[in-house]
Design a protein around this ligand. Structure first.
Ligand code: ZN
Length: 108
């Protein structure tokens, strides 16, 4: 038996980019509903505790939880921002690629 109690706007949280399902008949998911009650405003939920599978949003990117943990370790170890840690990781990746290649012409 199908019910037609879906609120206008669908069954997802009204906070842009949230993507969580609504909490009961609220306009927001449970986390944003609680945020609204406690602070009177809503803000994006940060992936402090990423799910064990799939990807999570991190610094505007969609990354695997393993990569997020790695980046957070770099942040903590070097006491730098997420953006700086990601830049470091990319530079290291680039350096590793350069080292692996015999030369620029060996690409193809
Ligand atoms: Zn939400």
């Amino acid at each position: 038996m199908s019910t037609h109690h879906d609120p206008p706007g669908g069954t997802l949280c009204q906070v842009p980019g949230c993507g969580r399902t609504r909490y009961g008949r609220q306009d927001h998911c449970q986390t944003h509903h609680r945020q609204m009650l406690e602070t009177g405003t809503v803000r994006p939920i940060r992936p402090y505790r990423p799910r064990s599978s799939g990807t999570v949003k991190f610094a505007g990117l969609r990354l695997s939880p393993e990569v997020v943990r790695e980046i957070e370790r770099i942040c903590a170890r070097k006491r730098i921002s997420q953006g700086a840690a990601i830049a470091l990781a990319l530079e290291a990746w680039h350096a590793a690629r350069q080292k692996a290649k015999p030369g620029p012409l060996a690409d193809e």
